[in-house]
Design a protein around this ligand. Structure first.
Ligand code: PRP
Ligand code: MG
Length: 212
C-alpha cells in the first residue's frame, strides 16, 4: 500500500506541536521513543523523525514527500521548496542582536562587524540588500554566547520568547524575517501520494479553522 512519507523534527521546538497537529487530524502514530521511523495506525502515512537542518535536502531528494518544518529553515536552506500550508504554531523571528551595552543606531552599524549565526544565507542576503559587509561566524547552536566570549560583536538567531537574548545580555535590533511552522512538499512527490496529501490537507485545514 502507498504511504505518504512525512518528516518531522526529531527533537526541538517543533516536535511536540507537529505530533499534536497530526493527532488533531485524527492520525495516531506508533511512537517508540528512540525510533526514527514510525507508521500511522489509521492513515497511510510513515513518519520520519529527522534533524531540522537536514529536512530540506530530504524533500529535495524525494526521500520524504512532505515535512512539517520552520519557514525560517526553508528560507535558509530550501528556497526552492513548495509551502502548502502555514500551520500557525512555532512562531518566531530571525533577528540580529547586539550586547545591551552597545548604542545602536541603524543597520549600518553592522558594517565590518563579526556576526555569529546559524543562518548565514539569511544574514548574507539581508546585509547584501542593505549594502553592508560583515564577517560571519557560522556556529550551530548556543549562538547567543558568542559576544560574551569575544567570538563576535553581534548575533543572528531565532527569537521566540526573547528569554535567551535576555539571559545573555543581548538586545534585538533588527528583525530580518518572521517565521512559523509550515507544511512543505517535495517536488518529487508521486501522483498517488498527492492524493493522500490532499486528504491530509483537508483535515489540517479543518483543524486550523477550529483553532481560530
Ligand atoms: C533556540 C534559538 C534561540 C532560542 C530562542 O535555541 O537558537 O537561541 O531558541 O528562543 P527564546 O527567544 O524563546 O529564548 P535552542 O534552545 O533551540 O538551542 P540551540 O540554539 O543550542 O539549538
Ligand atoms: Mg539557541
Amino acid at each position: 500500500m502507498t504511504k505518504l512519507r512525512i518528516a518531522i523534527q526529531k527533537a526541538g521546538r517543533l516536535n511536540e506541536e507537529s505530533l499534536e497537529i497530526l493527532k488533531n487530524c485524527g492520525i495516531s502514530i506508533d511512537n517508540g521513543k528512540d525510533q526514527l521511523k514510525a507508521s500511522a495506525r489509521n492513515f497511510p502515512m510513515e513518519v520520519f523523525y529527522l534533524r531540522n537542518g537536514d529536512i530540506p535536502q530530504y524533500l529535495r531528494d524525494g526521500v520524504v514527500d512532505i515535512a512539517i518544518i520552520g519557514e525560517n529553515v526553508l528560507i535558509e536552506k530550501g528556497h526552492d521548496i513548495e509551502i502548502a500550508e502555514k500551520l500557525g504554531f512555532s512562531k518566531c523571528r530571525v533577528s540580529l542582536a547586539v550586547p545591551k551595552s552597545v548604542k545602536y543606531n541603524s543597520v549600518n552599524d553592522f558594517e565590518g562587524k563579526r556576526i555569529a549565526t546559524s543562518y548565514p544565507n539569511t544574514v548574507n542576503s539581508y546585509l547584501k540588500e542593505k549594502g553592508i559587509n560583515a564577517d560571519l561566524h557560522i556556529i550551530n547552536g548556543s549562538v547567543e554566547i558568542a559576544p560574551n566570549i569575544g567570538l563576535a560583536d553581534a548575533i543572528c538567531d531565532i527569537v521566540s520568547s526573547g528569554s535567551t537574548l535576555f539571559k545573555n545580555n543581548l538586545k534585538e535590533v533588527e528583525v530580518m524575517l518572521k517565521s512559523e511552522a509550515v507544511l512543505a512538499v517535495s517536488k518529487e512527490i508521486k501522483e498517488e501520494r498527492r492524493i493522500l496529501l490532499g486528504r491530509l490537507q483537508f483535515r489540517i485545514q479543518s483543524v486550523l479553522q477550529a483553532r481560530q
